[in-house]
Design a binder for this molecule. Structure first.
Ligand SMILES: Nc1ncnc2c1ncn2[C@@H]1O[C@H](COP(=O)(O)OP(=O)(O)OP(=O)(O)O)[C@@H](O)[C@H]1O
Ligand SMILES: [Mg+2]
Length: 234
């Protein structure tokens, strides 16, 4: 059987607030296969962004194990984390986190530069598909929320990562634009053989993914297991 790209075993994450200990993730078992797609739903504050932050290594686990690409990350130091993030990981942050001193093209090229690569045909394809090719010289701060969201998606996929973590990537778009962006995102990810873990409040967005997981009281439950995606991507 194919080994998972991401695996969490007995994963627990707690935050200490004063003297109180908040357990946000409680004994989570999770795996994501290469090129597969999972939607993560759950109420506000249920820990969806925390789960993404743990997988990206931005937050350490309190206990349990995180395996990436078959390796236990417990022994990883900064160089291993940097290598994984630069080469294998794309992240669309809930708040975009675009680099405001830079223009659109520089933002999208950022992950490529980290890998000592430069703008290429894939980037042209990405910006054409996302409808932002005329915005390349604009400063990101001057763009609308929806335009910034598309730039954030292009930046996350510019280096064709194996894993895309997307935190509400359509949260700033209206329903129609959101569906368009979801269709593009899944199509582009499928072309690059990128696995997706998508956080969303929208069941319509979740329907673009093969599997849906729900986070509640620190636990993950599976819904609609192994359903075919709504859109035929090949
Ligand atoms: N760095 C942190 N320090 C302390 N508490 C935190 C931290 N990050 C998250 N939390 C707490 O963990 C809980 C889950 O937060 P998280 O941001 O993961 O929720 P979420 O499901 O992404 O919510 P939303 O849908 O509103 O984005 C919240 O109670 C939050 O206050
Ligand atoms: Mg969140």
């Amino acid at each position: 059987m194919e080994s998972p790209l991401v695996a969490l075993h007995h994963a627990t994450k707690s935050f200490v607030d004063g003297k109180e200990n908040h357990r946000v993730l409680n004994d989570i078992e999770f795996s994501l296969l290469p090129s597969s797609s999972v939607a993560l739903t759950g109420a506000s504050g249920s820990g969806k962004s925390t789960l993404l932050n743990v997988i990206a290594g931005f937050e350490p686990l309190t206990s349990g194990e995180l395996h990436l690409d078959g390796q236990n990350t417990a022994s990883w130091k900064d160089p291993q984390w940097s290598r994984f993030r630069h080469q294998q990981l794309g992240v669309v942050f809930q708040q975009f986190n675009l680099l405001t001193p830079l223009n659109v093209k520089q933002n999208i090229a950022f992950p490529l530069n980290l890998n000592r690569r430069s703008w290429n045909d894939w980037c042209d394809h990405l910006v054409d598909t996302l409808g932002i090719s005329t915005l390349l010289n604009r400063h990101v701060a001057s763009l609308s929320g929806g335009q910034q969201q598309r730039v954030a998606i292009a930046r996350a996929l510019a280096h064709q990562p194996k894993l895309l973590l997307a935190d509400e990537p359509t949260g700033n778009l209206d329903q129609k634009a959101g569906m368009e962006v979801m269709a593009l995102l899944t199509e582009i990810a499928s072309q690059g053989n990128t696995a997706i873990l998508l956080v969303t409040h929208s069941l319509e967005c979740a329907d673009f993914m093969q599997t849906r997981l729900h986070l509640q009281n620190g636990h993950l439950t599976t819904q609609d297991l192994n359903r075919e995606p709504l859109y035929d991507l090949h």
